[in-house]
Write a new protein. Structure first.
Length: 401
């Protein structure tokens, strides 16, 4: 089965998504997600200008060989743009293989290792009370795991707090400027998360995203301050690229640690995993080289007792979420899957088969990934340049966002 076409479609049904369509000479079409929030067109160009011409005529069934060809063949390895582009090709080829075999992809990955995939939702609020009500809403919907974030008094904007009811950090023309001050956050976070346990008890998993903002010693102290809350994890307590920082955090706390949403390859987390500095690896299908490479990361993690906890924010398209669910269902060391949902009218363009019920998701049983992309609908939503926010300390200097 030969690849005869590879087309890139950029569309913005509520937010920008870059989608790769691969067509074979047998008429089978596969879809891949190539979205890199805020840098979408770089991946679109990488695919259109540098990868698509190489795909024409290749055997669509040779997924591993194509992965190695694109990874080793670029010479300039890794990085978010390259690995997101390779991921889109990889997922589209798994989609094709599933459709050719008339099986959902999770069957090709070894079959279901569990009945459902525990997902965590996002509860947030501009005040603690509002956030506590949102936690109650999530519990009522059946969530077994909930991430809690609320606005920090004294700072004008806080990461993870939605505008107009839906968390959407990207802004047009220029990045929004947030402010950061570690002291009020470090005092406030234990109070805020303590309030969650006080009001709603310990019968569900509680998560919190620090979003790369602390130093290792500050993160160690936060982890210690949160020990009584029995967190499921704290996420990205320090800037994620500094792996050995986690050795310091680990020395100070038993609060579980999760990192990896910005990682692109197994080399980004080799030390974190092999030194057992983390508990959950958050690499995603779309930014870490596709199903082929993500499974390699999770296999390494399994050897060291580290579980999966894939990124699943709304800036990863439904194609990515579906692909993640196939991986989640099939691996032995699954931990949790992030599920933020997608803003309307995403469903107009991406027709999905996955389901959510009582806190668990399932990818569905359609052949392939189980997501179909409506090109006619996509044409109604043109690309709209967006930027993620930046963060400044009170003295005006730049801080990690
Ligand atoms: C999360 C993430 C996201 C990122 C976003 C950036 O844990 O879900 O931190 O919300 O900020 O994916 O594009
Ligand atoms: Mg995060």
């Amino acid at each position: 089965m030969k690849i005869i076409d590879a087309t890139v479609i950029v569309t913005a049904p509520g937010r920008n998504y870059v989608t790769l369509k691969i067509t074979t000479d047998e008429g089978i079409v596969g879809w891949g997600d190539a979205t890199l929030n805020g840098r979408e067109l770089a991946v679109a160009s990488y695919l259109r200008d540098h990868i698509a011409p190489l795909l024409i005529g290749r055997d669509a069934q040779r997924i591993e060989d194509t992965w190695q060809y694109l990874y080793k063949g670029a010479y300039w390895r890794r990085g978010p743009v390259t690995m997101t582009a390779i991921a889109a090709v990889d997922v589209a080829l798994w989609d094709i293989k599933g459709k050719a075999a008339d099986m959902p992809v999770y069957q090709l990955l070894g079959g279901a290792a569990r009945d459902g995939i525990m997902v965590y939702g996002h509860a947030s609020g501009t005040s603690v009370d509002e956030m506590l009500d949102d936690v109650a809403d999530h519990l009522a919907k059946g969530y077994k795991a909930i991430r809690a974030q609320s606005a920090i008094p004294g700072l004008d904007k806080t990461y993870g707090i939605p505008k107009n009811g839906f968390y959407e950090p990207a802004s047009d023309s220029a990045p929004q400027e947030d402010t950061w001050d570690t002291a009020p956050y470090s005092r406030y976070a234990p109070e805020m998360l303590g309030a969650v346990r006080e009001r709603h008890g310990f019968g569900f998993h509680l998560l919190h995203d620090v979003h790369h903002r602390l130093t290792p010693i500050e993160a160690g102290r936060l982890g210690r301050d949160l020990e009584d809350m029995r967190m499921f994890w704290i996420e990205d307590p320090t800037p994620a690229e500094d792996q050995s920082a986690y050795a310091t955090i680990r020395q100070h706390t038993t609060t579980p640690l999760a990192v990896g949403e910005i990682f692109n390859s197994i080399w980004d987390c080799q030390d974190l995993i092999t030194n057992r500095w983390i508990d959950y690896i958050r690499a995603s299908v779309s930014h870490a080289g596709g199903i082929t490479h993500l499974r390699r990361i999770f296999s390494l993690a399994d050897l060291y007792g580290v579980k999966s906890g894939s990124h699943g924010a709304g800036d990863l398209s439904p194609v990515s979420l579906a692909a993640a669910l196939h991986v989640d269902l099939s691996i032995p060391n699954f931990g949790v899957q992030e599920y933020m949902g997608h803003v309307s009218p995403t469903e107009d363009v991406f027709h999905t088969d996955y389901t959510f019920s009582d806190g668990f998701m399932h990818p569905g049983n359609k052949p392939g990934i189980g997501v179909e992309f409506d090109e006619v609908a996509a044409a109604k939503y043109p690309y709209n340049p967006r930027y993620l926010p930046v963060n400044r300390r009170l003295d005006g200097s730049m801080h990690d966002w």
